[in-house]
Design a protein around this ligand. Structure first.
Ligand code: C2E
Ligand code: MG
Ligand code: MG
Ligand code: MG
Length: 286
């Protein structure tokens, strides 16, 4: 709103700026309480093997139903958690909850989003190790998804953090690839276990020739480093077919399942087990 008001009026008293700040403070306070009282929940979205269409994992996505306001998007409250010092405790909650829940699904890999504010903490790997130990989950079944923004600013420290995390046995994936400043040089030196192609690119697959070619080149880039590639935001069968053709081994999107409760994931797995002969049960395990 301050921007809309224009430069000339910036120095004048603008009551709407106070209102914005007040709203933000209220939101921050509510978020703080939600974290403290455990009012955040996790939704889980299936990750699908591109060849067999069997679920191989889930991505944990945090959810907040703000009292009196309804659901607030993580794209709104994660940045607020970042700037108000809440990201540490929010991130710890998410990691612990995801690891605890992972034990219910021995055949699935569980992905957890990590924000720059958590990753920046030199003790991050220590608390990942602590949570793994506490929840007794096998490290190899946990993937930490990080985005590239922080990496670019601190390549040296990022490389060290990734090394320490990988030494614990967890996997590290680069999230939202193709949405920002990704460069092939970074990809090579960081040793990511997986790359996720951003939904904004995947969306264009059936649009025009140029978008399709750009997407294809992005996947080829990742694959040239022998890093497995997930396509996110798959909504149509055409997108799924194209991404598989381009070489993505893993697919994620509303076509296969929206983020859902842990109980629904368990039901989905049970239904598959009931339909499949014994020997094929672990087909999806990565
Ligand atoms: P992300 O990690 O790239 O997660 C994928 C987002 O795309 C999720 O949105 C998911 O619901 C959405 N999505 C998946 N498939 C489709 C599809 O086919 N169509 C459309 N339209 N959307 C799809 P969500 O849950 O709102 O999360 C948004 C972002 O917030 C995430 O993007 C991630 O960056 C961040 N986030 C979510 N949970 C956490 C968390 O626990 N910790 C941190 N640090 N960040 C989180
Ligand atoms: Mg993610
Ligand atoms: Mg993503
Ligand atoms: Mg994204």
């Amino acid at each position: 709103k301050a921007k809309e008001a224009g430069r000339a009026r910036m120095t004048l008293y603008d009551p709407s700026m106070d209102a914005d700040r007040e709203q933000r403070n209220a939101l921050e306070l509510d978020l703080r309480m939600a974290i403290e009282s455990g009012d955040l929940t996790l939704a889980y979205q299936p990750l699908i093997d591109a060849a067999s269409y069997a679920p191989t994992g889930v991505e944990a996505l945090v959810r907040w139903n703000r009292p009196g306001h309804g659901p607030i998007s993580p794209e709104v409250f994660i940045p607020i958690a970042e700037t108000s010092g809440l990201i540490e405790s929010l991130g710890l909650f998410v990691l612990r909850k995801a690891c605890e829940t992972a034990k219910q699904w021995p055949e699935l890999n569980v992905s957890v989003n990590v924000s720059p504010g958590q990753f920046r903490n030199p003790a991050f790997a220590d608390y990942v190790r602590y949570v793994l130990k506490q929840t007794e989950v096998e490290a190899g079944r946990i993937t930490l998804e990080i985005t590239e923004g922080y990496m670019i600013q601190n390549p040296q420290r990022t490389r060290q953090s990734i090394e320490r995390l990988k030494a614990l046995g967890v996997k590290v994936a680069l999230d939202d690839f193709g949405s920002g400043f990704s460069s092939i040089g970074y990809l090579r030196q960081f040793g990511f276990d997986r790359i996720k192609i951003d939904r904004s690119l995947v969306m264009g697959v059936n649009e025009d020739k140029r978008q399709r070619e750009m997407l294809q080149a992005t996947v080829a880039l990742a694959r040239s480093l022998d890093i497995p590639v997930t396509a996110e935001g798959i909504e149509t069968e055409e997108q799924a077919i194209a991404m598989r053709l381009f070489g993505c081994d893993c697919l994620q999107g509303y076509l296969f399942g929206k983020p859902m409760t842990a109980d629904l994931i368990t039901e989905m797995l049970d239904a598959r087990h009931a339909a499949e002969p014994e020997g094929r049960r672990r087909l999806g395990a990565a």
